[in-house]
Write a protein that binds this ligand. Structure first.
Ligand code: SAM
Ligand code: DTB
Ligand code: SF4
Length: 330
């Protein structure tokens, strides 16, 4: 008898890698609409499957090149298009960056994130930043940079210097992007993210809420992040808009605090293994709302009294909050 193998036995579905779950905007919007307690309960369940529920990762930010940016992001105090009082500075030198990174280590941060107000760095900027990355890594910190758009070769150069994470936010839903930024398009952001991934770095990518967007648009942003190919970002910063006088969004209606917490919960449910960072906006947030964000699955914060150009709770205040909530750093 001849032994004929049926094709179905050769390509057994179980032998294939499980396809990542795709989230529709409708399904994400339905999560947003759950009763608050049900949503938080679900987020907490997902969180506990993958993380220690009482551990929060801490990253310290440093603006290594401030102001004078040619882009027109409507939220940003560093754009040349708006009069916000932020002065344009040159790239910081190695010794000053080293001192700031050492202070971050001493305060208990595990990651150091260097931000530059560039549309895109020049190749000679990348050489200088590579030196900064090597310094940061020599202190035992994880290194992250956010420098604007990158070419393929620039992404590889940063990876070769030891960069662990690259932060590049999608900021809002594709259909809302044109209302916020006119000097680049969504596709530009996605291209840089692909270069970062291809170079072998971890992706840090999130957005800003409270810019006057609809709930549907918040769901659209989360869908972009959760469905990112080949996988969602390892780190997802959820920023609440910091309203800065002089920017077009300085007086936009403030987002309801529960809607912010809902956004964190939805990010947690749709990106179960990501570090979801409660990012900009903590300075204006009560401790109770921050505690709700941790309950909703946020497990990372920016740590230190400054973000890039605006304020953040100081280390003592955060230590006290961790103590009150029984949180530990990881
Ligand atoms: N120029 C680079 C870029 O845009 O990718 C890197 C620096 S930029 C300041 C980094 C991120 O900061 C932005 O993508 C945005 O998400 C966030 N950001 C800027 N201004 C903000 C504000 N006023 N409130 C909240 N987040 C803000
Ligand atoms: C991110 O998502 N938020 C950080 C970091 N990545 C670079 C920046 C927040 C900036 C807030 C406004 C400012 O301080 O200039
Ligand atoms: Fe420039 Fe980045 Fe600010 Fe946009 S967000 S104006 S690209 S520094």
């Amino acid at each position: 008898m001849s032994s004929v193998t049926h094709p179905i036995e050769i390509v057994r579905p179980a032998a294939r890698a499980a396809a990542p779950q795709r989230w529709s905007v409708d399904a994400i919007e339905a999560l947003f609409s759950l009763p608050f307690n049900d949503l938080i309960f679900r987020a907490q369940q997902v969180h506990r499957e993958h993380f220690d529920p009482n551990a929060v990762q801490r990253s310290t930010l440093l603006s290594i090149k401030t102001g004078g940016c040619p882009e027109d992001c409507a939220y940003c105090p560093q754009s040349v298009h708006y009069d916000t009082g932020v002065e344009a500075d040159k790239l910081m030198d190695v010794s000053a960056v080293r001192a700031a990174a050492q202070a971050a280590v001493d305060a208990g941060a595990t990651r150091f994130c260097m931000g530059a107000a560039w549309r895109e760095p020049k190749d000679r900027d990348i050489e200088k930043v590579a030196e900064l990355i090597r310094e940061v890594k020599s202190l035992g910190l994880e290194a992250c940079c956010t420098l604007g758009m990158l070419s393929e070769s620039q992404a590889h150069a940063l990876k070769d210097a030891g960069l662990d994470y690259y932060n590049h936010n999608l900021d809002t839903a594709p259909e809302a992007y044109g209302r916020i930024i006119s000097t680049r398009v969504y596709e530009d952001r996605l291209r840089t993210l692909a270069h970062v991934r291809d170079a072998g770095m971890s992706v840090c990518c999130g957005g800003i809420v409270g810019m006057g967007e609809s709930r549907r648009e918040r769901a659209g942003l989360v869908a972009q992040l959760a469905n990112m190919e080949p996988s969602y970002p390892e780190s997802v910063p959820i920023n609440e808009l910091v309203q800065v006088e002089g920017t077009p969004l300085a007086h936009v209606d403030k987002l309801d605090a529960f809607e912010f917490v809902r956004t964190i919960a939805v990010a947690r449910i749709t990106m179960p293994k990501a570090y979801v960072r409660l990012s900009a906006g903590r300075q204006q947030m009560s401790e109770a709302v921050q505690a709700l964000c941790f309950l909703a699955g946020a497990n990372s914060i920016f740590y230190g009294d400054k973000l890039l150009t605006t304020g953040n709770p100081d280390v003592e205040r955060d230590e006290a909050l961790f103590e009150k909530l029984g949180l530990s750093a990881c």
